[in-house]
Write a protein that binds this ligand. Structure first.
Ligand code: SF4
Length: 485
């Protein structure tokens, strides 16, 4: 708190600098005026990693009547609910010293305010969500774009400083809200310009154009041919695995050659890449194998009469096995659909069986800026170097992060590893996310850390216990009672 005006107090935890009346919260709902004191509304989270990760735990003095039920463990002080210092030349809210295996350690925690942040979404589906670079919208506002697809997944990049700061006020607000909801494990509906609508929720199956996506494909069309060639051999003359990227044709494919599959004279549309592997057999879409095809014969250009023969059999199947069709060539070498023989049913079912459940994965990505680092040390570049040299471990709400090589401390974290509601926001707009730096005390001193601000872990835990706000969580963080605002 910096100022008091009448009975209002001024919050200085972010650039908004709210004046807050008694009993009310500031604009972000994170800070409140409680009897003239500025308090962080949400409980500060001390995490027991063993419990949170589902690891084995042993009761101390098991079966002893003296055992109170408390587990002997050293909690990890996360930044969730720790609060923010602004501007960040001030020391971080919690600098906690402890001993681990006889080594003096320090954990510096703060809730970072990130204007440079976003989420990377991996949506397990072959269905075409939209062209690369197409704008992705939430509530009609542009919040990101489709980026390059990955194996069995469509990728979206949302947020980033441009959507947060360069667009209109509503664009920034909706972008912030979208990032916040996705990071806190809530569902968000997105629409793609010229593409699909998709409901995305971390750890859940995507809902595309109203339909629940059940399966992630077993592989590309070529890989599927390779995996199942032996199971088809002798039961069917030709197999085509329909895939928007690489459609596989058994008789031409290396796998078919190796097991002795006979040439069938099938002619495919699209561009032949290598034998039995065809690119661009149709346009992308939400039909068979991520193409726009509803009738799989649309991608077959015909049969060479010198090679094909009447009665020849053809199985066409998608990369998830959800769509399949069986044909027999008539006297004029026209494919006539027939019932799938029993001896092929198992192979089709096996494709489906080998598909993993389709999920949405949300990675939060942000850059720990110069000012945030100043809350850790008076010489911020040394913190960056320390992270680079693996002397400092970075976590987000206790979850491991991936720090990008190169300059700065740009990290990504799987939001499903954090307790729910670990993320917040401020209306600048920016996302508030926990970040912790853990290193040896001597290294912390060497990089110019605020050593004099360090408090022993026991003291932090005791003070939490006194205020009964500490929580050891495995799931969602309980929200403190909201004050009317
Ligand atoms: S938005 Fe929140 S953090 Fe920022 S000044 Fe207002 S109450 Fe404080």
């Amino acid at each position: 708190m910096t100022d008091a005006v009448d009975d209002k107090i001024r919050c200085d935890a972010c650039p908004v600098m709210c004046y807050i009346r008694p009993g009310l919260t500031g604009a972000c709902d994170r800070y409140a005026n409680e009897d003239g004191k500025l308090v962080r509304v949400d409980p500060h989270v001390l995490l027991d990693r063993t419990i949170s990760q589902g690891g084995p735990i042993s009761a101390f003095a098991k079966d002893s009547e003296l055992w109170s039920g408390e587990l002997v463990k050293q909690p990890f002080v996360t930044a969730i609910g720790a609060g923010t210092t602004y501007p960040d030349y001030k020391p971080a809210p919690f600098i906690v010293s402890s001993q681990v295996d006889g080594v003096d350690m320090v954990t510096v925690v703060t809730e970072g305010i990130y204007s440079y942040c976003g989420v990377k979404l991996k949506i397990d589906t072959d269905r075409h969500l939209g062209p690369e670079c197409a704008t992705v919208r939430a509530d009609g506002e542009p919040v990101g774009h489709i980026t390059t697809g990955e194996y069995g997944s469509q990728m979206l990049s949302l947020g980033g400083v441009n959507h947060l700061t360069h667009g209109g006020k509503k664009e920034g607000r909706v972008t912030c809200e979208t990032l916040l909801n996705l990071s806190n494990g809530k569902p968000v509906e997105l629409t793609v310009d010229g593409g699909a609508s998709v409901v995305v929720e971390a750890g859940k199956a995507p809902i595309i154009n109203g339909g629940l996506e059940q399966r992630m494909r077993v592989g590309c069309g070529s890989a599927t041919i390779g995996m199942f060639a032996r199971q088809w051999f002798g039961k069917v003359d030709e197999v085509v695995v329909v895939d928007d990227h690489i459609t596989g044709v058994l008789s031409e494919h290396q796998a078919g050659k190796l097991i002795g599959a006979r040439d069938t004279g099938i002619k495919m549309k699209g561009r032949r890449s290598t034998p039995g592997r065809y690119f661009h057999v149709a346009e992308p879409g939400t039909g068979w194998g991520g193409t726009n095809v509803r009738d799989p014969l649309d991608i077959v250009a015909g049969f060479n009469p010198k090679v094909a023969w009447p009665g020849m059999t053809l199985l066409m199947v998608s990369t998830t096995g959800e769509q399949h069709a069986f044909y027999r060539l008539d006297e004029a070498l026209r494919p006539i659909e027939a019932e799938l023989p029993d001896n092929l049913k198992e192979s089709v079912e096996r494709i489906t069986e080998n598909c993993e459940p389709a999920l949405c994965t949300v990675l939060f990505m942000a850059g720990a800026g110069g000012s945030l680092r100043a809350g850790v040390t008076e010489n911020p570049v040394r913190l960056t170097r320390s992270v680079r040299e693996s002397l400092t471990t970075v976590t987000a709400g206790g979850a491991p992060v991936y720090v990008w090589p190169g300059g700065g401390i740009t990290f990504m974290v799987d939001v499903s590893l954090l307790p729910r509601n670990a993320f917040g926001y401020v209306p600048t707009p920016a996302i508030v996310a926990p970040i912790e730096f853990t290193l040896r005390l001597e290294d912390y001193a060497a990089l110019g850390g605020h050593v004099e601000e360090a408090r022993p872990l026991e003291e932090v835990v005791r003070r939490h216990a006194e205020r009964t706000t500490n929580v050891f969580v495995n799931g969602a963080i309980p929200r403190a009672g909201r004050r009317a605002s």
